[in-house]
Design a protein around this ligand. Structure first.
Ligand code: ZN
Length: 212
């Protein structure tokens, strides 16, 4: 939703409701962990009010523990924290699950997948950042393919149902390759809202990840 038009947020949410997209992805930035500020609870609540699909909330903020319950109240179904921001990640993930949400961990491009080997059992989702977090519309980092494959291998080895999500620079041009590499969830912002026909853009991305 970061790339949507906030001047007509209701219409954008209704459009996604009618589309082939499965979730709403909301990027929360604090201007400290990442060099940008996005939006906070009023926007999350406004999306939740109209949304007919789950809210997947991605926290790019320092001290996320302070706000876990507040995001649940705002309407988050999935809540993802950054590995780099959590000193007590195990506790944080437990708390997210205990509050009735699905728990995710995001990795910055420089954070190795191996960092997750002792925490995977506590996750419902792993988010691989394919750009440096902070801004929409950035170029995809190709090394991401290797990380996806490594993460998938780890998930299979640990025998967990954790979903693998890719965020940043995703569009119809790489959807199929990302799915083939092992991604389960693709986050698209600019590729959808920057397109002349967002509904069609979502179909083109989805076509790449539907098993043939
Ligand atoms: Zn995100």
């Amino acid at each position: 939703m970061l790339s949507s038009n906030f001047g007509q947020l209701d219409a954008e949410v209704k459009m996604v409701n009618k589309s082939v997209a499965d979730w709403f992805h909301l990027d929360i930035m604090d201007g400290v962990f990442v060099p940008n500020i996005s939006y906070g609870f009023p926007v999350v609540k406004a999306v939740a009010k109209e949304a007919e699909k789950p809210l997947d909330v991605h926290l790019m903020i320092k001290n996320p523990d302070r706000y876990l319950a507040a995001f649940k109240d705002a309407g988050a179904a999935w809540l993802t924290v950054h590995y780099e921001t959590c000193t007590h990640l195990h506790r944080t993930l437990r708390e997210i699950r205990n509050s009735g949400m699905k728990a995710g961990v995001a990795l910055n491009p420089h954070t190795p997948v191996a960092a997750l080997s002792d925490i995977l059992q506590e996750t419902d989702l792993v988010l691989i950042m394919s750009v440096n977090p902070g801004f929409g519309g950035q170029t995809f980092i190709t090394q991401t393919y290797r990380k996806i494959a490594e993460a998938k291998e780890l998930i299979l080895r640990e025998n967990v149902t954790t979903l693998l999500e890719v965020d940043g620079g995703v569009g119809a041009q790489n959807a199929e390759a990302l799915y083939a590499a092992g991604a389960d969830v693709l986050v698209a912002g600019h590729a959808v809202f920057g397109a002349a026909d967002p509904m069609q853009a979502m179909c083109r991305i989805k076509n790449g990840i539907i098993p043939k």
